[in-house]
Ligand binder design. Structure first.
Ligand SMILES: Cc1cc2nc3c(=O)[nH]c(=O)nc-3n(C[C@H](O)[C@H](O)[C@H](O)COP(=O)(O)OP(=O)(O)OC[C@H]3O[C@@H](n4cnc5c(N)ncnc54)[C@H](O)[C@@H]3O)c2cc1C
Length: 263
């Protein structure tokens, strides 16, 4: 680990100020990904801005037809929050499926989405639900947020404050877990709501993506059978020691059927 300065602000305004004063400073939420990266010297921030004392970054509230969840809200809090369980149970269930007890008690919604790991669960939920990303300077639609492997629309120093999830009529999620990490080998989140039918795939490719063929089929007939005959192309999917691109392509159809059945 390289040397760095450490700051623990107690307001969003102070965190934003600290980030704007140092272009090489980085926010840290639960540290589940960032700390191992620092230990392996894969990252060299000059300062860490610890967000854990900022109460206004945590919690869930309903605003009109959406749930707004603070960036520092932990996975366990999303999994057990009564508002989430009542309005978007698929999101609560998804959060409950992340990693293990330790990961869910430290990992945060904001850290997961800002990190945009291809196999993480939240990106699929945010993309399928048509979420909006609220930062210290703008609101970013989910369709513009995820830009590639570990890459998002967030600019250097831009702080993710909350994510607004429109409440869907129906939603469901299914993933095949990697038995070691519980990350998705392939996962599919389906949602039907004000933005129509949206289907997002995680784990299979280098970045979460929408599946337009499945969206059209489900818009015409919301049933597991509607997606059963749709085959995802293995072109551009991930191939690694855990599974080939062809295996992941097969999983996309299986997980889509299960997600619709769960919705
Ligand atoms: C063993 C293990 C198993 C896991 N299994 C799963 C799984 O099954 N599914 C899954 O989805 N995830 C899984 N994870 C990931 C975990 O859920 C964390 O959310 C993820 O590692 C990010 O960690 P964090 O939230 O602590 O963020 P950090 O590590 O603190 O930060 C991650 C990145 O986000 C940036 N960041 C953090 N907060 C903000 C903010 N508010 N604004 C802007 N940038 C910010 C940081 O600068 C950093 O670059 C697993 C992790 C581990 C270690």
């Amino acid at each position: 680990m390289y040397d760095f300065a450490y700051h623990k602000p107690s307001s969003i305004a102070d965190a934003v100020k600290l980030l704007s004063e140092d272009p090489d400073a980085k926010p840290i939420s639960g540290g589940m990904t960032l700390l191992p990266a620092l230990k392996h010297r894969l990252n060299r921030p000059t300062a860490l801005i610890d967000l854990s004392a900022i109460a206004e970054l945590r919690g869930v509230k309903q605003e009109g037809g959406a749930l707004v969840i603070g960036a520092m809200t932990k996975h366990v809090e999303v999994a057990t929050n009564p508002l989430v369980l009542g309005a978007i149970p698929a999101l609560a269930k998804m959060a409950a499926s992340i990693g293990d007890t330790q990961v869910r008690n430290r990992g945060t919604l904001g850290g997961s989405l800002a990190n945009n790991d291809p196999a993480a669960d939240y990106p699929a939920a945010a993309l399928a639900l048509g979420a909006s990303f609220i930062t210290d300077r703008r609101s970013i639609p989910a369709d513009d947020f995820f830009q590639g492997m570990f890459t998002t629309a967030l600019e250097p120093g831009e702080l993710l404050i909350a994510v607004s999830f429109p409440i869907p009529e129906k939603a469901g999620y299914a993933k095949l877990r990697n038995p070691a990490s519980r990350y998705a080998m392939a996962g599919v989140f389906v949602a039907k709501g004000g933005q129509g039918v949206r289907v997002a795939v995680n784990g299979a490719g280098p970045c979460v993506f929408r599946q337009p063929e499945m969206e059209a089929a489900l818009a015409a007939n919301w049933s597991p059978e509607a997606v059963a005959g749709i085959h995802q192309s293995p072109d551009d999917l991930n191939s690694d020691i855990h599974g080939s691109a062809e295996y992941r392509a097969h999983l996309v159809t299986v997980m889509a059927k299960r997600a619709v059945a769960a919705a």
